[in-house]
Design a protein around this ligand. Sequence first.
Ligand SMILES: O=P(O)(O)OC[C@H]1O[C@H](O[C@H]2O[C@H](CO)[C@@H](O)[C@H](O)[C@H]2O)[C@H](O)[C@@H](O)[C@@H]1O
Length: 277
Amino acid sequence: MSTPVIQTDAGREGWEAIVSDPSTAVISSDFDGVLSPLVEDPARSRPVEGALDALARLARTVNQVAIVTGRPALVATELSGVSGHPGLGSLVVLGHYGLERWDAATGKVTSDPVPEGVTTARDRLPGLLREVGVPDAFVEDKDSSLAVHTRRLDDPAGALELLRAPLTALAQETGLRLEPGNLVLELRPPGIDKGVALRRLIESTGARSILYAGDDLGDLSAYRAIQAQRDTGLRGVLLATRSSNATELIEAADIVVDDPSGVVTVLTALSDAISAR
Ligand SMILES: O=P(O)(O)OC[C@H]1O[C@H](O[C@H]2O[C@H](CO)[C@@H](O)[C@H](O)[C@H]2O)[C@H](O)[C@@H](O)[C@@H]1O
């Protein structure tokens, strides 16, 4: 498989660094919209064909493969089917934007403490949704955070806009952070995001190069963490899918693909390039 179109010099340097020294590389990816196509019901997300095999093939040569997601670590582990998948015995899943970490090697989850504000927000949400006039918005209760989805409503974009200000106020009152995403607004703990999660991963692995694949606004912090560390010698490849049409992310990416199948193509090309060395 040939090298994908890499649009930037930094991206080409990142690709070359991973290929030339995979033992110091981290391969990391978001889950929804990147490894799995977006679907109406979050409980029905599944990885696209070939995604786990592509990660497993890379895991044979690179330092660390990781999934970094807004989902709880165990939910992402279950939906993705990574537990017990051949070749993924050293995978880590960083859930809740890095609040939680699941290690395939132990099957255990470790977590930072969850702030009390989540309980208050959980109690207040049903009343708020009724007041705003969108009582049927779907609340995905993730224990450590609450995601309010509008995808299944008649006017998903309109409902999202109606919710933005009151949910921003609720986040402020409860000491949480409002994370906007694709037809979702999420109330989640402060002090952690995918950028913090990636910095921790880079530090703990001693990585000298990293690929990160994302699709949505929650992935921007991961991009920024990598871009900032490029100044101190880290080489990085920023891969984006168009799943969520997140313009800011797509414009910042080194490689852009349409959907999760495109991610599989890129990861396979990377494995091929490493094998050819
Ligand atoms: O960091 P991620 O793994 O991308 O998590 C972001 C949100 O992903 C999920 O919602 C998105 O995917 C759903 C299933 O395809 C889709 O129905 C929804 O519209 C998308 O926003 C997840 O359900 C959320 O909890 C995450 O915050």
